[in-house]
Design a protein around this ligand. Sequence first.
Ligand code: ARG
Length: 458
Amino acid sequence: MKANDTATTVGKINPDVLTFTEGKDPVLDLALAEVDCIGTAAHVTMLSRMDYMPVLFTEEQRIAVLKGLKEIIAEARRGEFTITAADQDVHLAVERRLTERLGDLGKKVHTCRSRNDQVAVDIRLHVRNELNDLTTELAELARALIEFARRHADIPLVGRTHLQPAMPSSVGMWASAYGEMLLDDAYLLEAAAKTNNLCPLGSAAGYGVPLPINRQLTSDLLAFERPHHNVFYASCARGKDEAVLLSACSQIMLSLSRLAEDLILFSMPEFRYFTLPRELCTGSSIMPQKYNPDVLELIRAKAGLLVGYATSANVILKAMPGGYNRDLQDTKELYMEGLRVTRTSLRIMKLMADNLTVNPEACRAAFAEPGVFATDRALELVAGGMPFRDAYHQVRDHLEDLRGMDPDAVIAKKTHLGGTAGINYDGLLERADALAASAQAARQKVEDAVRELFAPAD
Ligand code: ARG
């Protein structure tokens, strides 16, 4: 059978063109099989409730479609759902499978929609699930870092600017800073989740349909916050959504990359502030003594990949005309890879945070060089009434007098908000827990909506 002989393939297409245009869709789209069925279930449910003659789907027909879709979902979960070259993508594959099961009824599911709004809704449903999981993973890593910070809150660490010793810091301050950074990165995820949580279904090819469809109902059935209003805008929003998501993910990866770099540096034998967990280090094929931080180096590299994916998505969008254009298909792999890489990185960094050890004596030994106390000493003189600039010069001219100052005493003095002795670890942990709880609530809402949608087919 020739590739373009099936019922669902439109027109006669040169096989090389077909291969080129389908790209990686037959593989990538497998991740969308379940959500494609969910989107179709909502669409058909909406069509069945339309006040329209002739009736598009009777209740009986709707239930038959729901049952067919449920079976396809089960097939996909078993890894048995396939997308053939003739299908091109998941949308035509699901329609073909439904038609094989239901005959003419399967041919009706594409009424009032296009693959353009179908793929857009699939991606949004997929991203929504992935974002909930990613947010949970981010909250778990933030929690692990903040707990690590609290466990080692009072161990002094040389604080650095320009990588040179600057002022006394603490392990607690260092680690919880990265925890807090991730919690703030979650604001970007929330923004990405918000623009993602809009329903494009019913925009069809991007210009709506001449039948009285109920786009609000479809959106409600899928537990979206609301439908996109203007249908042309709904079709323009594809790609932008993925670019926003990738930009949020690249910020997370940049946070992880800086954490990774600190860890590589501070676990070097020359520093030895931290010891990386042995089981997370890799050896050398020739040098028997080696335990290398490959994991952390790969995190740094993957931050670069994410910035690249985000840039690629933006560049694909730049000067692309309004409405659907096939360029958009190439944003699919970017967002899928971006999510996969970010999620894997969050999980591996949690393993690192859970198993990292601190060497307090090495941390304290780094304070032998007295310059690191200079600013604190100058401010002590200020507290005694000396103008700051005079104190600055006096300390600079007598740096040796600072030798032997006690870093523990110095870090205990910074009791102001966010200082070494003023970090609210419990407050940060509460933020991490609230974030995890919000992701769980969002996940539950989606699960409930999907269960309700398919309930008639039980
Ligand atoms: N696989 C296509 C994509 O990801 C689906 C939409 C195809 N639409 C079209 N008008 N050719 O963009």
